[in-house]
Ligand binder design. Structure first.
Ligand SMILES: [Fe+2]
Ligand SMILES: [Fe+2]
Length: 476
């Protein structure tokens, strides 16, 4: 069991024993706080929020719930306990002891992997910073802030690795993580989906379902890493990430449930009729789904990737739940890939190691489908004949084999002109976005109320009622 030190930076990594590292992180801390004040949730920094704070890594007892002002949140550094005699679980060095230091030949690659993961954490806080002013309930407002503070902690997790193991380059990268800004044309965040605007709550729920789920799968793959500190830090991040999945999945579920219920009650199914009832029509939700799913698929990288092959070979990044795979070397296997060739899509056998991004994407797609099935069961329970569907994975892609192709939601190739003529059938149009925004013009700040476009959750947080005062405005 790890002991937790309650210094300025809560941690279970014996920070007090490493004065240089401690000083470096304590010097970074005020910059983080400046970033949080500037780019964190807008307008709620003095409110008391009923938040979960990680205080350790013991399975049943890792978090503490209480009211806290967000700037007083105790962002700490927590690594899952080491696994005794852990060995590398895949690739060319399979069976050898894991690394407690960064091997020189992998230094640049590992730093890049950590920076890329780390960059997504503050990016999502920036994307979501204005959502508080249109929250559908106090319960949802609290969940948004919970996700936000934990993304801040995930940034700390990556910055700890950069400071501890990558010397001066690592410190410079840690500073740069606070300097890029989501959506800023001059200094954007590294990955596309983390520069997309996320300015309404339907987008937020879709983001938490689709983009945070990419995070879950990247963390699962990094949890397999031969670099043991990375494995341990990502293993603990997954504990927090589960709540982000919950916020996305139940958020969309409550929106579709509300719409289907109102449609059934009023016996209406036309888009305009449904909108007049103050709920989001299901075809519009399908378009939001298409958008956030497709930009999230891009996060996994190219379908055929020599980088992915070398990450796997060298033990830097595995597959999700590698222990469940049969052949951990992946040297002989092949992957039947859909490859665009001469104006059509053809199957091509790709060496398995080169298809590792696609293997991870497959696991992600299956996981997404499970959530979509739940949403569809909610719609069906009201007797409404409509099914949400994941579009074909080639649709609206900007990265990899299908990047820049004009593909419809069925996966068929179109011309640019054909695609553009039908774009608004598949992706939110300006009119769709203004309609969604029109439902979310002011915050619901009475804990007893819920916006009309979303159902109440089944239960509250940590045994509290749904109408608990999860956020207390302006109290000292
Ligand atoms: Fe995160
Ligand atoms: Fe997350």
């Amino acid at each position: 069991m790890s002991s937790v030190n309650a210094d300025r930076i809560p941690n279970n990594v014996h920070l007090a024993d490493d004065k240089r590292l401690q000083r470096a992180l304590e010097a970074w801390q005020p910059n983080f706080m400046r970033w949080w004040r500037e780019m964190g949730p807008c307008g709620f920094q003095d409110d008391l929020v009923y938040l979960r704070t990680a205080v350790g890594v013991d399975a049943g007892d890792w978090a503490h719930f209480d009211y806290v002002k967000m700037p007083d949140y105790r962002w700490g550094i927590f690594l899952a306990d080491p696994v005794a005699d852990r060995t590398i679980g895949f690739g060319d060095a399979m069976g050898q002891p894991v690394w407690q230091q960064v091997p020189g030949e992998h230094r640049n690659t590992l730093r890049r992997l950590i920076v890329t993961q780390g960059d997504t954490e503050p990016a999502s806080v920036e994307q979501q910073r204005k959502l508080g002013s249109s929250c559908p309930s106090v319960y949802d407002l609290r969940n948004l802030f919970q996700v936000n503070v934990e993304e801040g902690r995930h940034l700390w997790a990556m910055v700890y690795l950069l400071h501890s193991y990558f010397g001066r380059d690592g410190r410079e990268e840690a500073d740069a993580l606070l300097q890029r800004r989501s959506g800023d044309p001059d200094r954007p965040r590294i990955l596309g989906a983390f520069n997309e605007p996320c300015t309404d709550w339907l987008s937020f729920f879709m983001f938490a379902f689709f983009a945070d789920r990419d995070g879950k799968f990247q963390l699962l793959a990094l949890a397999e890493s031969a670099f043991d500190p990375l494995s341990r830090t990502t293993r603990f991040m997954l504990t927090e990430e589960a709540h982000h999945m919950f916020v996305g999945e139940t958020g969309v579920l409550r929106v579709v449930d509300r719409t289907a219920k109102i449609m059934a009650e009023h016996k209406k199914d036309g888009i305009d009729d449904v909108r007049k009832l103050g709920v989001i029509d299901l075809p519009t939700m399908q378009k939001y789904l298409n958008l956030w799913y497709s930009v999230s698929l891009d996060l996994f990288g190219g379908e055929i990737s020599s980088n992915a092959a070398s990450f796997f070979a060298s033990g830097l990044k595995g597959r999700a739940k590698e222990e469940q795979c049969e052949d951990h070397t992946a040297l002989s296997g092949h992957y039947a890939m859909d490859v665009p060739k001469d104006g059509s899509i053809q199957k091509e056998e790709v060496p398995l190691r080169n298809a590792m991004n696609e293997v991870l994407r497959d696991a992600y797609v299956d996981d997404c489908q499970r959530g979509v099935d739940k949403w569809n069961r909610a719609i069906a329970s009201h007797g409404i004949p409509f099914e949400l569907k994941l579009p074909n994975r080639r649709f609206h892609r900007h990265v990899g084999l299908y990047g820049g192709l004009w593909v419809d939601t069925q996966g068929d190739l179109l011309t640019e002109q054909q695609w553009k003529a039908r774009r608004d059938e598949w992706l939110p149009s300006d009119a769709d976005k203004s309609f969604v925004q029109s439902l979310m013009t002011k915050p619901i700040s009475d804990p007893k109320q819920m916006a009309g476009w979303i159902s109440a959750p089944k239960q509250g947080i940590k045994g509290r009622p749904v109408d608990f005062e999860y956020v207390r405005h302006g109290e000292a």
